[in-house]
Ligand binder design. Structure first.
Ligand SMILES: Nc1ncnc2c1ncn2[C@@H]1O[C@H](COP(=O)(O)OP(=O)(O)O)[C@@H](O)[C@H]1O
Ligand SMILES: [Mg+2]
Length: 353
């Protein structure tokens, strides 16, 4: 393994690329004029998974070798001292993340298909190689679901939904969040289905904003010239069932994740806790969400998944959707938190329907 610097370089910040949940990602310039990207933990912002996830991200990038390494930026420095961690990587110049490209609407279906075919090859054939689990995915999902629920239940506006026996969501009779999670645990084989099938190295945070393409379409093949960024999930998962990457990818490809993050979602019921009656609707007619309705960003990627791993186990799929929504409910506030908790409740119910 190549040696890399074990401290941050002397550099000036050129731009903040992203204020993440726990980290900041910046474009920096070194004294010799070269550019790099630095991602570092923020001392003021700590969360349940902050350092764990960043450490695993460094471990992940350090461990890459062979053909797959060529699809990620090159790791140039990494440090972890005194409760602060960070790393520097090569800057992919003149690129744009595919989330921004998708939102701009400046891509047609055939280009989106080419992109998905290339992504399918990189993720399912190169990234997904056999891995030894740190912890069974089922154990992580169970622990996280109930941990998040315990944390959120202390909030007055959220506890009625979590603790309810029966609720109505969009006119459908469902169980409250905790009861749905308990039913999942009680159903034989349900949680353990996450450990069936191969345990692979995942991307972990596989969605369009963590993939770069050249900023300009120079030739027919440009949708295939992708770079992957930002591996490892918010809660530190980087290995497990291959479906983990599919569920994450599709949550954004459908426009839902963007709608949730930008408040383009209608949520009702938290103001009337005694009624146990909720509404959850994505505002898919909003101009920012429309590009995801007009272009199918997911079909070809899913087809590649099915070719490699066989049909999608729908119950396990919904369980992972619920898990992701709960993790993100803990990381967010206000309307977004309520929307994510409601989304988790719908998904966990669907898993045991
Ligand atoms: N090496 C890089 N070269 C060019 N742009 C980058 C690079 N790394 C990150 N970016 C840009 O910064 C954004 C945030 O970086 P990312 O690692 O995904 O942070 P976060 O964990 O906060 O999502 C990316 O979506 C991308 O647009
Ligand atoms: Mg990212």
């Amino acid at each position: 393994m190549e040696r890399i610097a074990n401290r941050a370089s002397e550099a000036t910040a050129v731009a903040v690329l992203r204020e993440g949940y726990w980290d900041r990602t910046e474009l920096i310039r070194l004294p010799d004029g070269s550019l790099r990207v630095r991602k570092a933990s923020q001392s003021a912002r700590t969360g349940p998974w902050s350092l764990v996830a960043l450490r695993r991200e460094i471990r992940y990038l350090q461990s890459l070798s062979g053909q797959v390494a060529g699809y990620f930026p090159k790791l140039l420095a990494a440090w972890d001292e005194g409760g602060r961690a960070g790393y520097e990587m090569s800057y992919i110049d003149d690129s744009r993340d595919v989330g921004a490209i998708a939102q701009s609407g400046q891509i047609d279906q055939s280009q989106a298909d080419l992109f998905q075919d290339a992504l399918g090859r990189v993720i399912f054939d190169l990234v997904h190689t056999p891995a030894r689990p740190d912890q069974a995915l089922s154990a992580h999902v169970k622990e996280t679901m109930f941990g998040v629920l315990a944390e959120l239940e202390s909030q007055e506006r959220l506890s009625p939904l979590i603790a309810a026996g029966a609720i109505l969501v969009n006119g459908q009779r469902l169980s409250g969040t905790r009861l749905a999670a308990q039913r999942i645990c009680e159903r034989a084989g349900m949680l353990s289905s996450l450990d069936d099938g191969p345990c692979v190295r995942l991307h972990g945070d596989c969605f369009l904003e963590n993939i770069l393409l050249p900023a300009r379409a120079t030739d027919q093949d440009w949708p295939q010239r992708l770079t992957l960024l930002d591996p490892v999930s918010v809660a530190g998962v980087d290995r497990g069932h291959p479906m983990f990457d599919l569920v994450k990818y599709e949550s954004y490809a459908t426009g839902e994740l963007l709608a949730l993050r930008s408040g383009k979602v209608q949520v009702e019921g938290f103001d009337r806790p005694t009624e146990n009656c909720y509404l959850y609707r994505l505002r898919t007619d909003e101009p920012t969400i429309q590009p995801f309705v007009r272009i199918d960003w997911g079909g070809r990627f899913r087809a590649a998944y099915v070719r490699k791993y066989g049909p999608v186990n729908l119950r396990a799929y919904h369980l992972l959707e619920g898990y992701f929504a709960l993790v993100m409910a803990l990381c967010t506030r206000g309307l977004q938190r309520e929307a994510r908790l409601l989304r988790a409740t719908i998904a966990l119910n669907a898993a045991v329907e």
